[in-house]
Ligand binder design. Sequence first.
Ligand SMILES: Nc1nc2c(c(=O)[nH]1)N[C@H]1C(S)=C(S)[C@@H](COP(=O)(O)OP(=O)(O)OC[C@H]3O[C@@H](n4cnc5c(=O)[nH]c(N)nc54)[C@H](O)[C@@H]3O)O[C@H]1N2
Ligand SMILES: Nc1nc2c(c(=O)[nH]1)N[C@H]1C(S)=C(S)[C@@H](COP(=O)(O)OP(=O)(O)OC[C@H]3O[C@@H](n4cnc5c(=O)[nH]c(N)nc54)[C@H](O)[C@@H]3O)O[C@H]1N2
Ligand SMILES: [Mo]
Length: 761
Amino acid sequence: MNKKLRYHPYEQPAGGWGSLKSLARYSLRQGAVGTAKDLMTYHNKVGGYMCVSCAWAKPAEPHAGEFCENGAKATFWELTSKRTTPSFFAGHTVAELLAWDDHDLEDQGRLTHPMRYDAHTDHYVEVSWREAFADIGQQLRGLDPKSVVFYTSGRASLETSYMYQLFARMYGCNNLPDSSNMCHETTSVALPESLGVSVGTVMLDDFEQTDCILSFGQNVGTNSPRMLHQLQEARERDVPVIVFNPLREKGWEEFVNPQRPGQMITNTPTQISTEYYQVRTGGDIAAVMGMCKALIEWDAEAVTTGLSRVLDVAFIEEHTHGFEAFAKAVLAYTWPQLEEASGLSRAAIEVAARTYQNAQAVIAIYGMGLTQHRGGSDSVQMLVNLLLLRGNIGKPGAGICPVRGHSNVQGQRTVGISEKTKLVPLDRLAELYGFEPPREDGLTTVDACKGVINGSVRAFVGMGGNFVRAIPERDIMEPAWRKLSLSVNVATKLNRTHLITAKTTYLLPCLGRIEHDHQASGLQVVTMEDSTSCIHASRGQATPASEHLLSEARIVAELAKSTLEPNPKVPWDDWVGNYGLVRDAIEATYPDDFRDYNSRMDTPGGFHRYSAARHRKWNTDTGKGNFLVPSSLSASFDDGRDANVLRLMTLRSNDQFNTTVYGYRDRFRGIYGSRMVLMMNSQDMNRLGIANEAMVSITTVADDGVHRSMDGFKVIEYNVPPGCCAGYYPECNALIPLWQHDQKSKTPAAKSIPVRVAAMT
Ligand SMILES: Nc1nc2c(c(=O)[nH]1)N[C@H]1C(S)=C(S)[C@@H](COP(=O)(O)OP(=O)(O)OC[C@H]3O[C@@H](n4cnc5c(=O)[nH]c(N)nc54)[C@H](O)[C@@H]3O)O[C@H]1N2
Ligand SMILES: Nc1nc2c(c(=O)[nH]1)N[C@H]1C(S)=C(S)[C@@H](COP(=O)(O)OP(=O)(O)OC[C@H]3O[C@@H](n4cnc5c(=O)[nH]c(N)nc54)[C@H](O)[C@@H]3O)O[C@H]1N2
Ligand SMILES: [Mo]
């Protein structure tokens, strides 16, 4: 429960003793101590299981404990000894549970039995698996396939994901949005236009060879803490680390490695960033444009003075397209324009540009701070432009590094979870399985939400996740959701989406990845792909939370069998009996990426999927790396004209995994006890007459006639740039208009919601 808010800035580094203390607290509370301690030796190791938290790469030579504070928290959360049983549901109506916090719902522990919602009593009641599958199959057969959405949250394995997409396509739609549609879809749309690849180009080795690291809008200490090992090692080689973030995030400042006894004893942190720029929210296009402008101007000077060139002219000529038009567009912007839009001074931008220029191999890391804006794709493409100027793609130590979210979200897209048909080998599926896949694109997350609102979407199947809580526009979406005729939720824990019931609602509990998965051929292995396109096997190690759980793969197979006509070419039961056969099917579908899949899946560090751009092969429309001019200097919906309109960023605390709230301790930001918080700049507070710790209401600025407002946030005077403010996700999601998304990818603009803030009277 939200308690009294306390704010006292954290003086300790990221990692260190603070992270060990935090872990001890969690393992005790979740009752997962004995099991989890032993399990940690299997965490992210060959022969063990792959962490259920983030997607960061798993090294070939792992540390003794290849885990971090948040990975361990995610493990304890899954292995908790608490259970959400039929008797729990008998004791609470859904109406009552709707008043509970996200934390309290999931904290009841693992779901144990399949359940169906009973509207007469307003309770979930136990149902047999057989009955559930038969009823769902019958209902799906009665619906227009185009009116059904098959959502995936990025955790399910490659095997489950492949089966799931095949099921949806054989059923008759490409409505396969996934959590990526709210996350790095921007990357999947922007990078193909620029570089001809839909994923990053960097591998772990590159961190050992780089001589400069840039980071935009990513919070390493909280969301991918194991990357701190690579950053620490780079810093020990004196590699500059340049950070652009409106907030001074602890992980980018200093780190004590809990796995190094010497550092722990002396508590002497490694300084991570060497330059830190508190860019204005949505100001990255302008900041990077400024760096490009400086480089292009210095290059012109070098030509006249005969000094060595600043740009990599040979690379630009041989490998890129559009440089002239890009340079012209860049030079047309004035410094005052760039300073205004970025919130940074020309001098500061030039310092960053100089550091970049002095390096021979640069990695650019980015996260949600770039992708979740109106101009998210423009921001990503602008960052690629900067890399192209000095040939920083396709050479050792350099490249673009989107840090993916869920542990297998990137892999799901690889094996066909996509609403975009051009990304899926439909002909190959048709040939292998003898059916005619639907050819028109399916629904993205935003389109699926629109369909729910206008009634064209009738049913939702969720393979994990907490869809209704994670999407924008909560106040409109929740009532619309109740009009669905069917909602099927495959899940490990109870969450709010399960409580927004449809005419028929099922809650189907599944095994987690850390648990033993016994099938006909014995214990099963699953696989996943990390942020650097490396594929790893994962073997569950723990006893399942309940004997009634089914694996996700089995659930997909049973749903498919009860919905589709039998097709001898799709051996659902054999696949479930032996996931190795699913991997053979994936290999048959994607022979280049998954060659010798079953024998290579235990390669230390994973086996790497081929990346054309790493080899300077450009699968773009021009056959080159494309310089692309952004459509506007600001990535935000707010035009910046009214100083009283602030840009609201919705952020993760250090004590959550997306909508899973582990607790109320955002230690690195020093915020404890409550998540109903608004971080504001003192200048804005003074101008608006808002005192520290005042209660405020936040109202979205949008001219669509819809009133979106939330009360009860407590203001903390915080170090954010003027004109920007920050709150937590998912608490603030009712404030995001559904149509405020990245222009190209439709990723919701969760990082710059134009708002007004007023003291509550
Ligand atoms: N422990 C833990 N790990 C996680 C998750 C989790 O919730 N908890 N979530 C997982 C998922 S699904 C994802 S997608 C990733 C998310 O990981 P991140 O990409 O780090 O996402 P956020 O926490 O939303 O924060 C993004 C950062 O962007 C900054 N920012 C906001 N607006 C701007 C801007 O306009 N410009 C710039 N330069 N910066 C900006 C914020 O201050 C913040 O530091 O993490 C994954 N890993
Ligand atoms: N305002 C705002 N909104 C955002 C974001 C933001 O930064 N700001 N970030 C967006 C991003 S990046 C993302 S990725 C989405 C996340 O959206 P989702 O992926 O839909 O949400 P999660 O919170 O990760 O889902 C948590 C639930 O997953 C279920 N679960 C956990 N493990 C398993 C498993 O092994 N199998 C199954 N079947 N279920 C499991 C549990 O029931 C748990 O309650 O949210 C997006 N929404
Ligand atoms: Mo994400």
